[in-house]
Design a protein around this ligand. Sequence first.
Ligand SMILES: Cc1cc2nc3c(=O)[nH]c(=O)nc-3n(C[C@H](O)[C@H](O)[C@H](O)COP(=O)(O)OP(=O)(O)OC[C@H]3O[C@@H](n4cnc5c(N)ncnc54)[C@H](O)[C@@H]3O)c2cc1C
Length: 463
Amino acid sequence: MNGDGSLERLRREGRIVVVGASLAGLRAAETLREKGFAGSLTMVGDEPHEPYDRPPLSKQVLLGVTTADRTALPRRRDLDATWRLGVAATGLDMAARRVRLADGDEVPYDRLLIATGVRARPWPRPDEAELDGVFVLRTRDDSAALTRRLADGPRRVFVIGAGFTGSEIASACRERGIAVTVAERAAAPLVGALGGVVGAVAAELQREHGVDLRCAVMVTALEGDAAGRVRAAHLSDGSTVETDVVVVSLGATRNTEWLAGSGLGAGPRGIACDAGCRAFDIRGIVTDDIYVAGDVARSPHPLFGYQFLSLEHWGNAVCQAEIAAHNMLSESADRLPHMWVPAFWSSQFGVNIKSVGVPSMGTEILVAQGSLTDRRFVGVYGYQGRVIGAVAFDHARWLPFYQHLIETTAPFPPPFPLVDRRPDGQRPIDADFPDPSLPTHGPTVTLSGYSPADRRMTFTPAH
Ligand SMILES: Cc1cc2nc3c(=O)[nH]c(=O)nc-3n(C[C@H](O)[C@H](O)[C@H](O)COP(=O)(O)OP(=O)(O)OC[C@H]3O[C@@H](n4cnc5c(N)ncnc54)[C@H](O)[C@@H]3O)c2cc1C
């Protein structure tokens, strides 16, 4: 217990407010109760639904295997919380320790967790974005509305952006027998996250499954008919694609606007926090009572040169929420750092794609196992002579091995003897990431300034 007993009082009768009632918010709240927090817990969420899971929204829901209203997250325990659902937090008074809500209420806190995540970036022209038949996909309601439209049997679906979400939507449409065109500004799908070498494999996969894939083009306009329904998309190469459904998959925007003017270090790249999940204020000084977790957070990671990582990864949201909750109730000597090794999965066109580490930091790639032509392989990414990430196409059982290489900052190319490496994996090649100053669709990790060159460090996960 700390000297003045304040931590003990917090545990017994303190007030904790969680803003953002989704994956990170729920898991943090459960952890608080697991760790013995007996005070009041308030969950503020702008969506009307109880916490639900997003990965199925672009996979099983679109395929009709389940429905959007059956995606509720399983509960680990009873929370005994006050739920303020369907009401957004609109402001934060850090000095008075109060969160303002859209309905005019103010909720006082002793500790605040911000887990407001991200939202889908809309089509930039509002009049075109409002056409009937133009969708984004981030929420349960988005997924339900798109699924209904797919069930109506559209002539063609037009997907803008071939990141993970756009590619999964295209995959689901093809599985349902719906004609699909995908337009991507980069040279191939998934290049922002995995680079051009793996992107070329993803492009082949899409075309083989009947996707009309148009790369290195931009959509210049969406056109509607007299009734306000979308009817065509115009592309920068002068072509026009007739369509009755458009899905805009242009990545995400962080939900931080409600913190404008609060004095917290929040902006378009997220909310900066220390490795213990405590938010920074705008002066770069760490706060003691405000914590951040999940997609909205940016935190430094020792494995990646202490540069700030923003991750749109399910596993990160869970891990960071648990660490934030633990640290909220701990003295400084007992706090834990959030040192989760990034990991992501996707399934599309019958292939299971998994990555560990930060592939997009890599400059080179080595196909360490399997073969690109078989579309069953492990690609290992290198940066300044060390292993920094790995991706598996239908080869996921090997990823723990590569995760270990990342954690131990193993040299690149990996020093182990050949296992089933084919001719295309004899030597590293340029991983072919696009110029980082150009926006790409679908990177799930955002990096900000780094020099992860230290190969002497051995990373030991905290738990
Ligand atoms: C379609 C889809 C597919 C995905 N597939 C995968 C996958 O295959 N693998 C993977 O690793 N990850 C995947 N993800 C990402 C994963 O779902 C996210 O990393 C995870 O949801 C992050 O959780 P979070 O709680 O941080 O944020 P979110 O889930 O975004 O939740 C934030 C919540 O806060 C609410 N909120 C925002 N502002 C306010 C406010 N001012 N007041 C109150 N509430 C507010 C939001 O409405 C939302 O409910 C996918 C995401 C989507 C959308």
